[in-house]
Write a protein of this length. Structure first.
Length: 300
């Protein structure tokens, strides 16, 4: 297997074109930033799209309060380096305001709750376009997504009401109250993202690389030991070497056993993997149509 394959620059050109179209067609765009590799890639693309100027829109992070500390630390460092505006809205505040209710039980997570926090932030700032890092190869519900994905005034997505995108023509016309979720790297694969990170020498959070961590086993997966996860008595923490293939809320993101501590070894590992990167996301396993339902409710 060739791990020295370089990133296809046509994908970068397409993504930069899309980001520039967002700036041209919308009044109040925002880039949804999670601190994961895909949103970090979006930030690099936005830098290149508007160089030598600064990124002309803010970053928005919906913080569940259960994020990996390494991710939050990386987020703050990146924002400080770039001098961009960062808006943070928290699920904790949504809970205190009675907008959502904390889940209970063994599999309790705040991941689904962040949809309400996101929709409230969109309404608060009147964002008309939200740039996200979703890719069609991630999950079957994502494969239906347009690059300009229109949401109604309740933030809901309807697959039957998406517009055709022929000849790279992107239609940003929306009615009052509607907004568009924009996916510039929709046509990329996981390997494309990693090859881009390698070619561009993009910094990423340390948890993507193999490291020692206290973990426990649950449902055939490896979980980071955390006060936010409701463990049972037989779920005994132990130390081992793992890394995270995808980064989300600690309560729904499992680790993988790995010795990959460089970009090259990560790429080699992905080439040999038999499950998708979201195979480590328990929120996708709640039902066969979990992602589709969350998108319909306003998930990015």
């Amino acid at each position: 297997m060739d791990i020295n394959k370089h990133f296809p620059r046509a994908l970068e050109d397409e993504a930069i074109y899309i980001i520039r179209e967002v700036a041209a067609q919308f009044e109040k765009p925002v880039l949804l930033f999670s601190g994961g590799k895909d949103s970090i890639t979006l930030v690099r693309l936005a830098q290149k799209a508007f160089y030598p100027g600064k990124i002309p829109f803010p970053l928005l992070h919906v913080d569940t309060g259960h994020n990996f500390p390494e991710t939050i630390e990386f987020r703050d460092q990146l924002v400080a380096e770039l001098g961009v505006e960062l808006i943070v809205r928290t699920v904790e505040d949504s809970i205190k305001a009675g907008r959502v209710k904390e889940e209970t039980g063994k599999y309790a997570s705040r991941n689904a709750l962040q949809t309400v926090t996101l929709l409230d932030a969109i309404e608060e700032f009147k964002f008309d376009a939200c740039i996200g890092g979703a890719r069609r190869d991630e999950e079957k519900a994502r494969a239906k997504e347009r690059i300009f994905s229109v949401r109604n005034d309740f933030g809901e997505w309807d697959a039957k009401k998406q517009r055709p995108e022929l000849f790279d023509m992107l239609n940003g016309k929306i009615d009052i109250g509607e907004n568009v979720r924009v996916f510039p790297i929709s046509n990329w694969t996981e390997l494309d993202v990693w090859n881009y990170i390698k070619d561009e020498n993009v910094a990423i959070p340390s948890i993507y690389f193999a490291h020692k961590r206290m973990v426990f086993d649950r449902d055939g997966m490896i979980w980071s030991d955390s006060e936010f996860i409701n463990k049972t008595e037989d779920e005994i923490p132990y130390e081992t070497i793992v890394r995270f293939r995808t980064v989300g809320d600690m309560t729904c993101t499992a680790a993988v056993s790995s010795d990959a501590d460089t970009i090259d070894t990560i790429i080699e590992e992905i080439l040999e993997a038999e499950i998708s990167e979201r195979g480590a996301r328990i929120d996708d396993k709640r039902s066969e149509a979990a992602m589709e339902k969350r998108k319909q409710q306003g998930y990015f």
